[in-house]
Structures are given as structure tokens and as C-alpha cells.
Design a protein around this ligand. Structure first.
Ligand SMILES: Nc1nc2c(c(=O)[nH]1)N=C([C@H](O)[C@H](O)COP(=O)(O)OP(=O)(O)OP(=O)(O)O)CN2
Length: 291
């Protein structure tokens, strides 16, 4: 017999891709449990399924950077004196992404690429060891939100957040609504989807000099990279990333600030028309700025 729970949770995370670099993602999780009935005549109480599985998914994937360990361009170095881990990633176009962060900021996937299948396998293996005896198997279906309008993928870190959003490389796949004079403006939505296709959003106050980096790795042309870092409650986070993959903004990158940023920039494009911006952060939530 099988038990299913659709829309169990949304995983918001980022991953390293040989072709796209750092990609922010939001995947919805559906699960199916295979098993026999327990003393309560249930495979497992829905309350427990939802609570336990969400906790494991949060612990192993949500708000982390997923690194494909079997990709030849991935190098991972664990610093012995503390929990800091250095990740160096060389993409197909020979650009480097380098991080130096607490171990809990990453998930290491034994695959050449991070895909729904490889992440599903990774999670299945983790969760399998936590299932009750009457449950023989679990199947996880990961899927993106069905979006019929333009969207972008962004990665960021919120150093002031006291939860896992402080991690410097977690992200989202997000719709963007631009309403001009009361009408959805497809051209403007496409413009933002293109501009922020696979973007890393940096706050100016997090920028540091190349010479200040604590990671041991180097890059050949430092002028082509942004370096950013901060200390927050989970520890020290540092990132080196190609400038071509970044947008630098003056504020934090909460979705409220991003909506305001898009509004201000869009105003320059759309002039005196009335404007409303609906910026999403992943699935089903976001901020609205308008006049
Ligand atoms: N008002 C705001 N609150 C939060 C913001 C924000 O921009 N404005 N941002 C974050 C984080 O960036 C985070 O990535 C949001 O992810 P979310 O999945 O909503 O966070 P949780 O894991 O706490 O929620 P779950 O439903 O448990 O996945 C946080 N807050």
C-alpha cells in the first residue's frame, strides 16, 4: 500500500552548474511512502510524515549550496582546525566560483550534475535511514512550480537573518510581475527575467578586496570577479564570483528591497506611467511596490 503527500514543502537552494554557474532554485516536493499498516491502521500519521520529512529536507537541502562532487571542476577542502569548508568550482567556460563557509552551508551530492534525479536520490538515501519499520520505501518527486509568465533564478545571502537565509549562497526561482498603467507588461517582465536569468545579488556593504580573502584559492584575473564576505551568527561566509554573473545593489537583498530596486530601475525604463512591481521569493510569496 502507498501513502502520498503532495506539496510537502518547497526547497529553496542554489547549486553549481558547469554551464550556468550558480543557479538559484525552488523545487516543490511530493512524496510517496510504501509500507504496511501500523497499530493505528496507518502507514504513518500525516502529521508525522509532514513534520519529520520537512525537517530532514530542511536539514539536508533547504537554503544550502548544492555541490556536484563527481564533476571534475569541483574541489572541496575541509579545514581541519574548524568547520570551515572551501569549495572551488570551475565551469565549462573556465570561470571560477569559490566559497569559504561553514560546513552546514553546503550539501555535497555524489553526481556529476545537480538535477532533480540526483537530488531526489540524495534525499531518498538520507530519509531512508529515518523511516519507521513498517515503511519499506520512499519515493520523492521534485518539480518546479508551473510558471506561465517570465521568471528568473537568483542567489543571495541575508547576513542579518538569524535563520538559514544568512547563508551566502541560497536562492530561488521567482516570477516577476510588472504592471504598467494597470496592465501586465510582458516586455518588462521578459527584460527582468533576462537581466536576472542566473544572477547573484550582492549588497555593496558586503564587497571586500581580493587581498582580504581568507580562502586559499586564487583566480587568474581578479578584476573580473567580485569578492564578498560577512560574519553572521552561523560563522564566516565568503564568495568569489564572476562579475558578469552579478547585480550589485545598495541595500540588503530581502524581497522587499529587491521589489524596491526593480521598481526604481523600471521607473527609468517606463517613465511617467503608473507602475507596480510584484517580486516573488520562490513560490507563492513576495513583496509589492507601486505608485
Ligand atoms: N519579509 C521577509 N522575510 C524573509 C525574507 C525576505 O526577503 N523578506 N527572506 C527570507 C529568506 O531569504 C528565505 O530564503 C526565505 O525562504 P523560506 O522558504 O520562506 O523560509 P523558511 O525556510 O523559513 O520557510 P519554510 O516554509 O519553512 O520553507 C526569510 N524571510
Amino acid at each position: 500500500m502507498q501513502l502520498f503527500v503532495n506539496d510537502l514543502t518547497v526547497m529553496d537552494f542554489s547549486y553549481l552548474c558547469p554551464r550556468r554557474g550558480m543557479v538559484g532554485e525552488s523545487w516543490i516536493v511530493d512524496v510517496i511512502l510504501d509500507g504496511n499498516l501500523n497499530d493505528e491502521s496507518m502507514i504513518q500519521d500525516f502529521g508525522k510524515v509532514k513534520k519529520n520529512l520537512k525537517k530532514l529536507i530542511d536539514e539536508y537541502v533547504d537554503h544550502k549550496l548544492l555541490v556536484p562532487l563527481d564533476y571534475t571542476g569541483s574541489t572541496v577542502t575541509h579545514r581541519s582546525q574548524d568547520e570551515q569548508v572551501e569549495v572551488r568550482f570551475e565551469s565549462d567556460d573556465n570561470k571560477i566560483i569559490q566559497l569559504f563557509c561553514p560546513a552546514e552551508a553546503y550539501a555535497f551530492v555524489y553526481a556529476a550534475e545537480v538535477t532533480m534525479a540526483s537530488v531526489g536520490n540524495y534525499l531518498r538515501e538520507v530519509i531512508a535511514t529515518h523511516l519507521p519499520d513498517n515503511v519499506a520505501n520512499i519515493d520523492l518527486k521534485l518539480r518546479p512550480e508551473q510558471i506561465l509568465t517570465p521568471f528568473y533564478h537568483y542567489t543571495h545571502g541575508l547576513k542579518k537573518h538569524d535563520g538559514n537565509c544568512q547563508r551566502i549562497a541560497h536562492g530561488h526561482r521567482s516570477k516577476i510581475g510588472i504592471i504598467i498603467d494597470g496592465q501586465d507588461c510582458l516586455e518588462s517582465q521578459q527584460y527582468w527575467a533576462q537581466r536576472w536569468q542566473d544572477i547573484y545579488i550582492i549588497s555593496t556593504e558586503d564587497l571586500i578586496e581580493y587581498s582580504q580573502l581568507q580562502a586559499s584559492g586564487t583566480v587568474e584575473n581578479p578584476d573580473e570577479y567580485y569578492c564578498c564576505a560577512y560574519e553572521s551568527s552561523q560563522g564566516y561566509f565568503e564568495l568569489v564570483i564572476p562579475r558578469s554573473a552579478c547585480e550589485v545593489i545598495e541595500t540588503d537583498s530581502t524581497v522587499e528591497c529587491l521589489a524596491q530596486y526593480v521598481y526604481n530601475e523600471q521607473k527609468k525604463r517606463s517613465g511617467n506611467s503608473s507602475l507596480q512591481v510584484m517580486a516573488y521569493e520562490g513560490v507563492g510569496k513576495g513583496a509589492i511596490v507601486g505608485d
